[in-house]
Ligand binder design. Sequence first.
Ligand code: PLP
Length: 391
Amino acid sequence: MEFFPIHNGLITKKEGILMETQQHFRPTKAIVDLQAIQQNIKNLKALLQPSVQVIAVVKANAYGHGDIAVAKAALEAGATMLAVATPDEALHIRAHFEEPDILILGASPVSFASYAAQQRITLTVFSSDWVQQAATMVAGEENPLQLHIKVDSGMGRIGIRTESELLELYHTIHSTDNVELDGIFTHFATADEEDTAYFDSQVALFEKLIAILPDKPRLVHASNTATALVKDNRLQYDAVRYGISMYGLAPSSYVEGILPFPLKPAFSLESELVHVKQLKAGDSVGYGATFIAQTDMWIGTIPVGYADGVIRKLAGQEVLIDGQRMPIVGRICMDQCMVALPKAYAIGKEVTLIGRQGQEEISIDEWATKLETINYEVPCIITARVPRIYI
Ligand SMILES: Cc1ncc(COP(=O)(O)O)c(C=O)c1O
């Protein structure tokens, strides 16, 4: 068989189509458990009224998990629409899936409008000028351009804010050939917090605005994970947008504490020891020689570094070897890092950077705490050099 190298492994040609082989020559890999994703979706779906659709949020390469594999798993588990952030993400998904509706949640340039109509990609709009400019691009297209109006009920990001803006946009869409209003939506800024005052004010504005629409489009949607899991059921409207919960993570510690069912994390990061050596007391490790052995000790080298997303701020973070926690010592290099071992392990010994070994687990949330960020960011920063392996 003929193989072509890519940056993180090999691809081959099968019946003229380039296919990933899932063959990689470096032991560092992200393992993505698609069954966990499907189980999470099934549990999430069980919370919804039967008529409510699931929009699987697979933007940012499915939060770093791999957009195509996750989209396939999500559709099989009952999602009916896929949501992404950018035109390129939408085209990538459409190249693999002919049927499902795809919504771009972010702003798209007018120059993308004709591609969107041809590829049946639904766009988010919040400006009448944009619609008028796009109209000239889609005039001759076979399929009308599908649009969802974005309401900025308090995120302060994109979206219309007032009744007059909404009515102007609504009438522009309705009086323009070859564009159709398919939906209207908003996004909450504080759905994952216990205090509901700001959340309630966003709900009130959204409800006031949708109430003035002369007729309701097919899909009204507002819920992200936190809203759907812990807020009012009536906010399910016609569809919910599930992101972080699909991947088995809670949107905040508040939501984690009151989850209606346990979420199953889908992402692990694995590697193995490629070198094991004994240091003498006084020997140092890594750039800057910042770690100095206090006694004779064993050091293992793992072929993963900041170019993989194991960024330098993770120095000191523990990894799992033999079901036990061991710290990364010294500065993390671009492609490698070193770990203090209690004894001489064999080359090839499995190292878990994120995930479970026996009774011990290093969670994405543990990394997020170490990195002073949120769990959403962690799988996103694991770079494309790390192959995603699906189980
Ligand atoms: C507009 C919009 N909807 C839904 C989501 C999914 O949110 P979550 O991952 O919290 O479920 C996001 C994520 O950022 C978003 O930006």
